[in-house]
Design a protein around this ligand. Structure first.
Ligand SMILES: C[S@@+](CC[C@H](N)C(=O)[O-])C[C@H]1O[C@@H](n2cnc3c(N)ncnc32)[C@H](O)[C@@H]1O
Length: 242
């Protein structure tokens, strides 16, 4: 048997030619940020940094005046859990105001109880949850959802310091509609420096704008929006005096 080369004209086309790929716009629920995570173990699997530009373990401490501003307008009756306490920037202000505070963190920053992964906690350690959570790659979302889940049993409030941009996002839209906060406080001046060190700041961090987002189970009305200044001097007794 002799072999011969086949001329391209002799090749049969495939029986069912694949349809040419069509481009289309993604629906909002199909938009994903790369490598989203909802668990701490996966988040920090490759080391303390989620990405090269981020602070180790997402440590961006909250300036005390941001928490003082929150306490001037929100009343927390009963104990408060700061579940990502870092060096205690929020906890110390809460204690100063006379609250009973439980402080935990995944990492040992020299304050509170370390080695407590908030996302692995099964029960709330206090009635309310107040924190500035780690944000990177979906951790902030996981914190908000877990805090709401845990406080469903305590009836407490959840107050989260969030990047105000994060409220307007196709990936979060359905969540906020299903779980509307009671109030959003837009803060005027607040910068959470990486590891508390302005020298390590990227330009994006200095431009970031923050808000306190509060979920209060006792309030069933539509989400309110208010402006809150970190420069105002709060009364000593804060919102609970009202
Ligand atoms: C944005 S910093 C804020 C620290 C503190 N809440 C404050 O406001 O100053 C986030 C903190 O989350 C902690 N953290 C990261 N993942 C955590 C987890 N899974 N459970 C508990 N803490 C975590 C980090 O160690 C860091 O202290």
């Amino acid at each position: 048997m002799s072999l011969r080369l086949i001329h391209p004209r002799e090749l049969k086309p495939p029986e069912t030619a694949p349809a040419p790929a069509r481009m289309r716009l993604l629906r909002p629920d199909e938009v994903r940020t790369t490598n989203l995570i909802a668990e701490t173990a996966r988040a920090f699997r490759f080391g303390p940094r989620i990405s090269p530009g981020r602070a180790p373990y997402e440590f961006y401490p909250t300036p005390p005046e941001a928490t003082r501003a929150l306490l001037a307008v929100e009343c927390f009756e009963g104990s408060i859990w700061e579940p990502a306490c870092g060096e205690g920037h929020i906890s110390k202000v809460l204690l100063e105001a006379g609250h009973l505070v439980v402080s935990t963190d995944l990492v040992d920053h020299g304050y509170g109880e370390p080695a407590r992964d908030f996302l692995g906690e099964q029960v709330a350690l206090a009635k309310h949850i107040v924190t500035n959570p780690p944000y990177g790659r979906g951790l902030g979302d996981a914190f908000v959802k877990h805090a709401l889940h845990l406080t469903a049993k305590t009836g407490g409030k959840v107050a989260m310091l969030l990047n105000i941009n994060s409220l307007c996002h196709p990936r979060r839209h359905a969540f906020f509609v299903a779980h509307p906060p009671s109030i959003i406080y837009a803060l005027d001046e607040c910068v959470c420096w990486p590891s508390g060190d302005p020298a390590q700041a990227t330009t994006t961090i200095a431009k970031q704008r923050y808000c306190w987002v509060v979920w209060n189970r006792d309030e069933k009305c539509a989400t309110r929006f208010a402006w809150l200044s970190t420069r105002a001097v709060p009364t000593k007794s804060g919102a609970c005096a009202a």
